[in-house]
Design a protein around this ligand. Structure first.
Ligand SMILES: C[S@@+](CC[C@H](N)C(=O)[O-])C[C@H]1O[C@@H](n2cnc3c(N)ncnc32)[C@H](O)[C@@H]1O
Length: 467
């Protein structure tokens, strides 16, 4: 171990695994676990220690002695700085292995229950350009790179339209090309940035909380519809001119929306997006069904994998024509509508009002009449009987990352469905929740699916059968 005062370097450490939150793992000679970033299992590296804890060490790689055979060349020029797709430096076939491993490790470590059957992870055909929704922030204080500082050149343009630097809420990395959404998204974003500067619109000052432009959301569909939503702090004549020139320059955009946000945070869930031109929604097609997606509605961010994800749910559910199904956290009703023709009734529950009205109109445009959607917090709806459908045969849950609340687990247990299908984008909270069901339900099957190539995120679906 090389050592100077406050500068401990662990030399020639072999990275052995990749795990939770994309951290890369190694063991030091003292057998403490080391967590680091930006390496690939198989690399031999020197690590500068940042933090020492009782059972682990955190550090930064400062030198790579030997590159792993699992390494790949990152496509993106913003890689490492951006941190959005932190596994771009790893070959896809290895990303998949570590994702599958992560799910199993969480079951072993957190719920201490192993699924009876683990089906192989479903890969993504598209490794890049798969996201249908991206959000970018405007800032008048962009992240300045070390090279720029070292060049000693005067920095004239400090504006950015891009992603927040991880851990630095007030700094935004200016993005020129992102490989996660189709290329039209790059064209639209770069056009908006340049036009906004030309119109002298002020990019948001996150510290002083002023400026004209706050946020940009671009949503695309596989049917080639595009929604652009700009979040303004001040909506002036030039803001209108920006939207107008967007309309004039991009025929492809089918929905231009905007929202005025004077709050301190940039969530729009409590605000009303307004339509500047086109529709208030975009329409996606999955398995022959049409789904209208409005500005505030959740939709799976990888449309190319969504069909496969919902087919896992369908396969595990083994639906019968007399089944009554609850689809909890149903978003725009996609799972409900996808399964509707195989069952008697589906009740979808969702808290975002706009998503519920999209779900209802999605049922209508697809001529589906056996789905009912209720707006409200799952915990408040399922703790009382749902008239006419008090005894669901199957409950599907697809909660946000933080998983199920205790009271929801209690209500589900009381409802006592024959099967629970749990779809999750966070296998650690999923494992925690499964543990709560263990006295009454058996973990039968688990199948992961990659919805997020180049990142450490993984979606996992499990089937719990009543014992
Ligand atoms: C992961 S998404 C799942 C959406 C849907 N199953 C799909 O595949 O598109 C989670 C959804 O849960 C909703 N949600 C979050 N907390 C909720 C709560 N307490 N009660 C009801 N819905 C909630 C969110 O608005 C979001 O639409």
């Amino acid at each position: 171990m090389g050592r100077r005062k406050k500068n401990i370097v662990l030399e020639k450490i072999k990275l052995t695994g990749a795990g939770s939150l994309g951290k890369v793992i190694a063991k030091s000679s003292g057998e403490k676990i080391i967590f680091t970033k930006n390496g690939v299992p198989g690399d031999i590296v020197d690590i500068r220690v940042k933090r020492k804890r009782k059972s682990y060490i955190e550090g930064d790689i400062i030198k790579i002695h030997k590159h792993s055979t699992k390494r790949d060349k990152p496509k993106c020029s913003h890689f490492e700085l951006c941190g959005g797709c932190s596994w771009q430096n790893m070959k896809y076939e290895n990303q998949i292995i570590y994702k599958e491993n992560e799910v199993l490790e969480n079951f072993k470590r957190i719920s201490k229950i192993i699924p009876e059957k683990k089906l192989p992870i479903i890969k993504s055909d598209k490794k890049y350009y798969y996201r249908n929704k991206m959000e970018f922030s405007f800032s008048n204080s962009r992240w300045i790179t070390k090279q720029e500082i070292n060049s000693k050149e005067e920095i004239i343009d400090k504006n950015a339209l891009g992603f927040h630097k991880s851990g630095m809420w007030s700094k935004v990395i200016d993005i020129d090309k992102c490989f996660l959404q189709t290329n039209i998204s790059n064209k639209i974003r770069n056009f908006i940035k340049h036009k906004a500067l030309e119109l002298n619109l002020k990019f948001f000052d996150l510290v002083k909380q002023n400026g004209d432009l706050r946020n940009l959301m671009i949503r695309t569909t596989t049917t080639k519809e595009i929604m652009v939503l700009i979040q303004f702090f001040n909506y002036s004549k030039n803001a209108k001119n920006l939207l107008m020139s967007l309309k004039q320059n991009f025929n492809e955009i089918t929905s231009i929306m905007y929202v005025i946000n004077k709050k301190r945070n940039d969530t729009i869930y409590d605000l009303k997006p307004l339509c500047f031109s086109g529709n208030t929604f975009i329409e996606e097609k999955i398995d022959g069904l049409s789904f209208r997606i409005s500005a505030k509605s959740f939709f799976q961010t990888n449309s190319f994998q969504t069909n496969k994800l919902y087919n896992i749910v369908k396969r595990l559910a083994k639906l019968k024509e007399n089944d009554v199904v609850y689809d909890l956290y149903c978003g725009t009703g996609t799972i409900s509508l996808f399964l509707s023709k195989n069952v008697k009734k589906i009740i979808g529950i969702e808290t975002v009002e706009e998503a519920v009205s999209s779900a209802k109109s999605n049922a209508k445009i697809n001529n589906i009449s056996n789905c009912e959607f209720i707006c409200g917090d799952v915990k408040d709806i399922i703790n009382k009987p749902i008239k006419g459908y008090e005894h669901p045969d199957i409950i599907i849950v697809d909660p946000p990352r933080n998983g199920l609340e205790k009271s929801v687990i209690e209500s589900i247990t009381k409802l006592s469905p024959k099967k629970i299908i749990y779809v999750s984008c966070n296998s650690s909270t999923q494992a925690r929740d499964i543990n709560e069901f263990k006295n009454l339900y058996k973990l039968k099957v688990s199948q992961a699916i990659d919805m997020f190539p180049q990142t450490y995120h993984v979606e996992n679906v499990v089937l719990l059968d009543k014992i």
